[in-house]
Write a protein that binds this ligand. Sequence first.
Ligand SMILES: NC(=O)c1ccc[n+]([C@@H]2O[C@H](COP(=O)([O-])OP(=O)(O)OC[C@H]3O[C@@H](n4cnc5c(N)ncnc54)[C@H](O)[C@@H]3O)[C@@H](O)[C@H]2O)c1
Length: 250
Amino acid sequence: MKFESRTALITGGAIGFGRAFARALVAEGASVVIADVDAEMAERTAAELVSAGGGAIAVDCDVADPDRVDAAVDAAIDRFGGVDIVINNAGLHLTKYNQPFGVLSRSEIRSLFDVNVMGVINTTLACRDSMRDRGGGVVLNISSMAGYLSATPYAVSKLTVRGLTVAFATELAPDRIRVNAIAPGLMNTENAIADLPRPLIHEFVHRLQLVHRLGKMDDIVSAMMFLCSDEASFITGETLKVSGGYPLNF
Ligand SMILES: NC(=O)c1ccc[n+]([C@@H]2O[C@H](COP(=O)([O-])OP(=O)(O)OC[C@H]3O[C@@H](n4cnc5c(N)ncnc54)[C@H](O)[C@@H]3O)[C@@H](O)[C@H]2O)c1
């Protein structure tokens, strides 16, 4: 199996993309640490993976808090011996954060950047030593197509994630750690779809994309599996768009 004897720490792994990543990695032999602020849902996801025969633990973790991230990495080391793969997936992405900066309060803006930006920094730095000690590793950041196109607080946070991908690819290269990102377009996770107005979803699928269907979980999972695997061993510092051709039809 592709990820036999590797351990992946997945932030925001309780539901959505993170849970789909965890299921796919476990199916290929990896053990996973579900680090999520929704402790109950994280436990449920880990239990599902364990009952399917996989190695999984849940850790109650807010990525904005470096101490709690350190504790999640300690738990990964205690249970599985270390971390080989980090998926920086936890993110705030409600419509609320796609309004102009001036509409949001400072504390709302700070919360967004604490999770979407500081969360990536906290988690990547916390896992660095363990990956280095195991001979190298992979970091995968989840950015967004918004980070190419708009200038809302959410979009700027995801543009920063692309910047961090380049910065950490450079900084962690001496430790044989590759760092890449995926920029998803509109994907059918429950929370994203529930949050968006129907006409906007229709506009994306039927006009803005070149591939006229909603993005599926499998689309993003297969990109993740490739970038985290040894098949991508010559790829670092890249952001891969998974968006059905959006925004080429813009
Ligand atoms: N769904 C989309 O269409 C889409 C498109 C582009 C980018 N993204 C990005 O993909 C990532 C995952 O999106 P999703 O749709 O699966 O989200 P989701 O809302 O379904 O799941 C997010 C998970 O992150 C957890 N989380 C939130 N804040 C956290 C924190 N501070 N610490 C730890 N965990 C936290 C939540 O509890 C939840 O389990 C996000 O970074 C999002 O911005 C999603």
